[in-house]
Design a protein around this ligand. Structure first.
Ligand code: GTR
Length: 327
């Protein structure tokens, strides 16, 4: 400590140096639900590194992985209130906050993942970005989340009748409760972090997810039947809080937008590889994977959900038609 510093006192020096740091670098707190080695988290880290370099340290994004900053519904609120600066969100639980994003949670709305990519990289993505920005969320790019299928601890599901009376965890969105209901099961909305223990203790019989999440969360250890229904294909965003975004210069916004687009490319490549790895890993661990006997039976069961959704959201019918036009 210099004489000048001892004159000021240690705590004053600490405060002054903290101010100096915040004047030169803006730390962006980032929320990630997955572990560090998951494609989304790796892509977020590549975004963080690219942004720190390209802005010469004016913006320094950090990634808090494993959902340690809370569940996704909590994190959405934190982002909107400015407690978080950026995040990778699945669009499923977003429907409760930004109703237009519910079109992505309609079961079987996308025929396959390529269809989802085309729509999200086109006008559908642009329309949803506009809706998100009205809610204080800037969606910079779209990540892949594959397609979701049901898994459980009881028996293979080959037709909706096999779901009769079984209890499934779903993400936080009423559409998923309806989805399980029309298939004959019971749905329980629950935070992702609580699913493993609930499967293990028999509070629920099953859940639904893509292979990478089924594997990385270890749900496969306690729910050994994975039945390929592919009922949901829900994209995810790399999102920044509007309040954080508005503090940037236009030049930095441009740099950061490009870094997010690059990160989505990284994520989609890693995703494709991880899907195969995860499937191989769970099968090697003894999981029984099965195709369903009649995929059309699952799809046609959803008709009342579409009818009710359109009846209560007539303004969203054109957006559903626009999604279909990308098929
Ligand atoms: C994963 C997704 C997460 C989270 C999770 C869940 O596939 O990447 O953001 O939504 O599913 O089921 O809660």
């Amino acid at each position: 400590m210099t004489k000048f510093q001892s004159f000021l006192g240690t705590s004053t020096v600490a405060i002054l140096s903290a101010l100096a740091v915040s004047a030169s670098a803006d730390e962006w707190r980032g929320w990630a639900i997955h572990p560090e080695d998951y494609p989304n988290t790796v892509a977020m880290q590549s975004f963080a590194d690219a942004v720190a370099t390209a802005t010469e340290g004016r913006v320094e994004p950090t990634v808090y992985a494993n959902g340690i900053l809370g569940s996704q519904p909590d994190a959405i609120e934190q982002l909107r209130s400015g407690a978080l600066d950026w995040a990778n969100f699945n669009m499923g639980p977003m429907g409760e906050i930004v109703p237009a994003t519910n079109v992505l949670s309609l079961p079987f709305v996308f025929a396959n993942v390529d269809h989802m990519h085309r729509a999200m990289d086109g006008d559908v993505g642009a329309t949803l970005s506009a809706a998100l920005s009205e809610a204080g969320i800037v969606a910079l790019s779209w990540f892949d989340s594959g397609s979701r299928s049901f898994y459980n601890s009881k028996h293979p599901i080959t037709s909706p009748a096999d779901m009769d009376g079984m209890k499934f965890r779903v993400m936080n969105n009423d559409l998923y409760v309806q989805m399980v209901d029309v298939l004959g099961g019971n749905a329980t909305p629950m935070a992702y972090g609580e699913v493993y223990q609930s499967l293990q203790t028999g509070v629920i019989d099953g859940a639904e997810n893509n292979y990478p999440s089924y594997e990385s969360s270890n749900h496969y250890e306690v729910a050994k039947y994975y039945s390929i229904t592919n009922h949901l294909i829900i994209p995810e965003c790399l999102c920044v809080a509007t309040s954080t975004w508005n503090e940037l210069s236009e030049a930095d916004q441009e740099i950061i937008r490009q870094a997010a687009i690059d990160a989505a490319k990284v994520q989609r490549e890693l995703w494709a590889a991880r899907e195969l790895e995860s499937r191989a890993k769970v099968e090697a661990a003894g999981v029984a994977v099965n195709e369903v006997a009649d995929p059309v039976a699952f799809q046609s069961a959803m008709e009342p959900i579409y009818a009710a959704f359109i009846a209560s959201n007539p303004d969203l019918e054109p957006l559903i038609a626009q999604i279909k036009s990308y098929q």
